[in-house]
Design a protein. Sequence first.
Length: 94
Amino acid sequence: MATRESEERYRILIEMAYQGVATLDGRGTITYVNPRLVAMLGFAEGELVGRPLFEFMAEPDQFSARTRFARLTATSKARCASSVTACTRMATWS
């Protein structure tokens, strides 16, 4: 019961966060986006989930992001918070 309550609190926290949040699988594919990230980028959730995160980054940031991601995924249960410059639906970088 305590685990379920903890998971529910975490879900609410992420969904209500002012910052955009995404989770990735071990290949860098987006598995979840919160409503704020959807609003920030202007893409529908279904347009983001299932695609590589790196597709939505400005080219200058892609190499360093891929390098950091590879380093993090080399260890088990890696968790990371990072800021990147991303492409919005309007093809601008924010």
